[in-house]
Write a protein that binds this ligand. Sequence first.
Ligand code: ZN
Length: 306
Amino acid sequence: MTRTAILATLFIAAQVRTADPIKRGLKKTDFPRTISVTSNVYTYEDFHAGDETFTTTNMFVVTDEGVLVADGQGDPAATKGLVDAIANVTPKPIKYVVICSDHGDHTAGNASFPPGVTYIIHPTSKAILERQAAGRAGRGGSGWRLPDAAEVAADKKTITLGGEAIQILFLGRAHTGGDLSVYLPRQKILFMSEIFLNRVFPAMRSAYPTDWLGALTKAERMDVNIYIPGHGFTEKGDVSQEELRTYHKALDAVIAEATRLHKAGVPVEDAIKQANWGEYASWTLAKSQGPIAIRKVYEQLEGRLQ
Ligand SMILES: [Zn+2]
C-alpha cells in the first residue's frame, strides 16, 4: 500500500457519522454536489432550508433512453440546479420523476423539471398534493401542480428504461403515508427518500411511527448493497447498511421513550420537557423534532392517528 493510499484509508475510517457538513469535514461551498454512486447512478445533495444545515438528497439513473429522477429539491432554483447537474452528466432527457416524498422540501421545485416528464406517485401522496393545489387555487396562488397524466404506484411498479429495470416500491406508511422507494436490482441500490433520514432526528409531523419501523425492516430484508437517504449524506455500501440500521435503532428508541412517558401517565407538555433522547439528542433537528415526535407517538397510542 502506498503512503497516499494509507492516508486515504485512514481518512475514510475517521469519517464522522453525522448529517452536519461542517462536522463531516466539508465546506458549505462544496454544495450542491453530484456524487457518482455507480457508473450510471448518481445522487445530488443540496442544502435544506432552515437554521440547521443538512442535505436534501435526490437520486438519478441515467440510461440510453433517458433519465429517471427520484425526488426534487425544495424550490424552483434548487431543482433547476438538479436539472443542470443531470445535463452535466448526460445529454439524455429526463423521462420520469418519482415523487417518493410529497413534502414541499422535495416537490416545491418541480416546476423546474422539463414539461412532459412522467411523474410517478403513490395514491396517498397524489391526494395530498391535489388537496394542497386546490387550497392554493382558492387563495389565488399559481404554484406547480401534479399533471393529470401522472402515474400511480400503489404497491409495486416496474419501469424499463433503456434496458434498465427500475422498481418503484411502497414499503408501507412511514414519514408521509405515501412514501415510495426506488430499487435498482442490477446495482442493488435502494433510494429510500424520507423513510431513511441519515443521522437526522426522526421527523414525525406527518408520520406513522409503528408502520415506519415495519417499512425499515422490509428495506433491511431486501437484497441491497447501497441504501440512499432522502436527507443526510450518500454513504458507501457497507456504511450505508450500518447507517440504515442505526436509523432504525434511533426510530425505535424515540418511539420507546415517548411510549415510556405515556405509560407513566406524563402529560404531553411535561413529556416534551422530560424526554431523554440519549445519544440522539445530538442529531440534526433533535431540538425541533423531539417535541413533534412525542406528540405523534401520544396520538398513535391514544388512537388519534388517522
Ligand atoms: Zn424532507
